[in-house]
Write a protein that binds this ligand. Structure first.
Ligand code: 13P
Length: 247
């Protein structure tokens, strides 16, 4: 059985005061939800605050981005070991904003996944097609390429790894993909994963992200191959994220 995963990606938003209100409420309302995993991704600078406020709750916290070396002269980066010091158990990898705005490559993404697994953390690997690729019916080709870049070289060996399907055209646009569209894509992702012997495609969690709201979340979660949601904008509204997690 795959346990649903509900993740809040705050991107570059928040402040000490706002976060405190939001996290205190999350801890009060979202603890003891044993049938699902909940993870909050604040900006890295707020990880210590998040760790403090969520300590002793069932909610996890993660890095939005992490570097693929364990230490050294890499100005401005954070290593997985540093993340572990603050109880981090998840990290996003290859979010389309990192691929498109910061030029992150499949090769760098692969290295990040590898070091996260080495440090016992769960990578949430983001994949997705752009609007023009979608319009040209290239979605599956693009996803296959992005998946192959890490499924080929990485051996899962019972490791936890989550795949997040986030069509770029649905991110922050208010135009979510339909649940039936996403279900078909997720089925195909699972099929691609099943072609790799060492991966157990039935166990891997495939979550959806892109304009998820409290109105559409339960439609997505009702689909057999949608194992959770990666929520951006709506996760900044406490009541909405709480409702997504509890409905
Ligand atoms: P929105 O929910 O704001 O569309 O963002 C999705 C996303 O990029 C989550 O990682």
């Amino acid at each position: 059985m795959r346990k649903p995963l509900l993740a809040a990606n705050w991107k570059m938003n928040g402040s000490l005061t706002e976060n405190e209100k939001r996290l205190t409420l999350f801890k009060e309302k979202l603890s003891n939800l044993e049938h699902q995993d909940i993870v909050i991704f604040p900006p890295a600078i707020y990880i210590p605050q998040t760790a403090n406020l969520l300590y002793n709750s069932d909610i996890s916290w993660g890095f939005q981005n992490i570097f693929h070396e364990s230490m050294g002269a890499y100005t401005g980066e954070h290593s997985p070991g540093m993340a572990k010091d603050y109880g981090v158990s998840y990290a996003l990898v290859g979010h389309s904003e990192r691929r498109l705005l910061f030029g992150e490559t499949d090769h760098q993404i692969l290295k990040k996944i590898a070091i996260l697994l080495e440090f016992g953390m769960t990578p949430i690997v983001c994949i997705g097609e752009t609007l023009s690729q979608y319009k040209n019916h290239e979605t599956l080709d693009v996803l296959k390429r992005q998946l192959k870049a890490f499924l080929d070289p990485i051996s899962c060996e019972q490791q936890d790894l989550v795949i997040a399907y986030e069509p770029v055209w649905a991110i922050g646009t208010g135009k979510a993909a339909t649940e039936s569209e996403v279900q078909v894509v997720h089925e195909n992702i699972r099929l691609i994963v099943s072609e790799y012997d060492q991966w157990d495609a039935d166990l891997i969690r495939i979550i959806y992200g892109g304009s998820v709201t409290a109105q559409n979340s339960n439609h997505f979660l009702a689909q057999p191959d949608i194992d959770g949601l990666l929520v951006g904008g709506a996760s900044l509204k406490s009541d909405e994220f709480i409702s997504i997690c509890t409905q």
